[in-house]
Design a protein around this ligand. Sequence first.
Ligand code: PLP
Length: 529
Amino acid sequence: MTMNHQGRSTSAGEAGRSASHQTFTGNRALDMEEPLIFEIGHMDNCGVDLDETADFAPRLGSHMRQEIVDLPALSEPETMRHYVRLSRNNYAIDAGLYPLGSCTMKHNPRLNEKMARLPGFADIHPLQPISTVPGAFELISELADWLMELTGTNAVAMSPKAGAHGEQCGMMAIKHAIAAKGEERSIVLVPESAHGTNPATAALVGYKVVSIPARDDGTVSVDAVVEKIEAHAGQVAALMLTNPNTCGLFEPEVIEIANAIHEAGGYFYCDGANFNAIVGKAKPGDLGIDAMHINLHKTFSTPHGGGGPGSGPVVLSDRLAPYAPLPFIRKNNEELEVVETTDQLQGNEQPFGRMTAFFGQMGMYVRALSYMMSHGSDGLKQASEDAVLNANYIRVGLQDLMTLPFGEKPCMHEVLFDDSFLNDTGVSTLDFAKAMIDEGYHPMTMYFPLVVSGAMLIEPTESESRASLDLFVATMRDLVMSAKAGDTGRFEGAPYLAPRRRLDETTAARKPILKWVAPEPTKVQPETA
Ligand SMILES: *Cc1c(COP(=O)(O)O)cnc(C)c1O
């Protein structure tokens, strides 16, 4: 009988059946096949009873729909089953350790959910008169205070809806600040190790990107920055630097780099996606940043994945604060004033425009503030320390078997391995990641950052227990040892046990099929009037 490492049986009795065992339904016990909702739901099977409408003469003329849109319609229990079955095919932080580096998959405390569901927050409408929602603005303002306190800044633009959106906001503020000085600058410096959104943002806002090489130790040197500043004298608008960086390392020369860019008349955009490693330990404002987005969905635990929702407030230095976008909340002593239009502007306020139709992601604001207030300043600091401790625990547990591109030195909240330990094993980095799925883990971030060939970036959540980290380390060690022992079969076809095996990711990316087309659309004869 097969046993797991705790001695519990993992086979279905003596006559245990193989993974290739066929079933009549296609279901595999709890792992159930589920067709697309379009395939199972049809309008003629609608789950609600509506009264027949009274006769009326439509005035739509040629805009009258000619065909029935066969929207999927299901009864309530059918709908429930559909989504519950699909959800069971998902990996989530609520199901297991989720080591996806750079993405920071944090546990979202249920207290956050309870607060976000309070009707006074959950049921407000963005077009409601402002006088009816003072509590919501007070919450946004209090969250803004926490963000400014934690970052050591005096201004924050709350409305951006993701990290990348925050980058766009910060870079637009920089562009307007430069234009307000009557200057024209065309270049943004971005280190090679940057997240793809950094150069993409700079290009979107209209800048030319000049890349800064990384040092052998994975960090950026002030000399490399100064070299580029001198090569493009008077043209550098900003530097976009991630700190701690995407190799999981704190940039040791960050202050010198900030000074260099300021002396050249440029601005320092800091990508704050990794702020969760330093909250309560270091204030980015003290390091000389001019703008930094904070991914509330990473650092402050609001749930993410599957495309949203996120929230990416941007803290701004005093030099950039006047250009913060509309709408914003102005504090007049203890009174909050909501500034929505240009005729309300005062003093040196010159917003560059607006980023969103309304005020941003209210649900995320409630969750983030709930996280902050329930942790307190000491708890937030401890979360950062635990994040760093957990990453280093994994580093030490694996560094004799896996390879560290920058040597055996401490990392921040994530640890970067490369795939040279797989050399000559016949197992590729991708195969290795797929085999982790069979073991019940979401793979780590693969092939990022690009500065390291075959990168494997592991970020354990700070809330993982020691037992959970030990099991992860033991699993990784077992995988590495079977790769080194030549058991390529464990990897080649992995995942063997997932609901779907290897998907054709290349075709999916190159020729995505984004629209479901009914095999035989139902036509109705338009009635002649
Ligand atoms: C996640 C991330 C971003 C982008 O943030 P989104 O909220 O996904 O738009 C940018 N930079 C780094 C380093 C990140 O990890």
